[in-house]
Ligand binder design. Sequence first.
Ligand code: HXC
Ligand code: NAP
Length: 262
Amino acid sequence: MRIPLSFKGQSVFVAGGSSGINLGIATAFAQAGANVAIASRNAERVAQAVDQLRQHGTHIEGYSADVRDAPGIAAALQQARDAIGPFDVLVSGAAGNFLAPALGMSANGFKTVVDIDLNGTFHVLRAGFEHLRRPGASVINISAPQAFNPTKLQAHVCAAKAGVDMLTRVLAMEWGPEGVRVNSIVPGPIGDTEGIRRLAPTPEALQRMTQSVPLQRMGRVEEIADMALFLASQHAAFVTGAIMAVDGGSSLAGGRDYGASL
Ligand code: HXC
Ligand code: NAP
């Protein structure tokens, strides 16, 4: 059951908020009473997500912007702040992914993912800081298990998300004295998302992935949103620099099993 947290009248910006997990987070904040702005590249997807979010009755805005374009995302953040006020919560979740061995990746292929996931997060946080309601605001970066599990065919994502989690820790230190908390959420495999469609493109791969999760199921978008609500709430007032796995235990599944039996 969802914890009944209220964000009535608060302002939330979600970078990459037009689909999947990030849209789920935007939806949960809107349902909890927050005014929400989202930004992603595709104007049509942004418009659809805005329509969907407006059903919850709060002030919703959407912007077409690419997190790789520092001035472009800074302009979207400024417009959003003008529209919904200083942000109580800033979420950075835009990401790109494809399966490829390192030797199958061009320099631009590697750079593209690092630019979206890591440099994009820096751009969102760097420009977003001045629009945070301080003290009291909270930043949430969306990481991935690849940040700490070395994963074949994922050199770009592993490098980028490890960098995202290190940004979380460094900015928690730099911004703590300003009254701003910075945390990461590490979703495990979440069903019916673009990320899983790319990483487990066949029924067999999906079954193997599900079986690798100690809880033996895919997570749900709402379960990631619940962690975002918690991290942004007063219940997490002393939580900063934390890397919070919401993964059914799948980060444990990389542990070695030597096959010994007693
Ligand atoms: C090798 C590839 C490739 C592939 C693209 N490239 N796909 N290389 N194998 N399958 C290379 C291209 O050839 C090109 O290099 C470079 O990457 C950039 O490609 P573009 O198509 O021009 O980039 P762009 O249009 O900017 O699109 C970015 C993208 C795309 C990442 C490639 O897939 C995208 O927009 N993705 C967003 C949605 C997404 O990925 N969602 C899932 C997030 S899940 P060259 O050298 O040819 O120029 C996630 C973690 C999930 O992040 C974790 C689950 C546990
Ligand atoms: P998704 O639906 O593809 O979400 C990615 C979002 O980012 C989209 O709204 C996309 O919209 C936007 N985006 C991509 N590139 C962008 C850019 N350059 N600038 C601005 N916005 C951009 O994928 P998802 O699976 O829900 O993943 C969401 C987040 O969760 C990602 O950070 C991912 O790494 C993380 N994650 C997912 C899983 C999983 O199981 N799915 C597991 C671990 C972590 P546009 O195309 O309109 O730009």
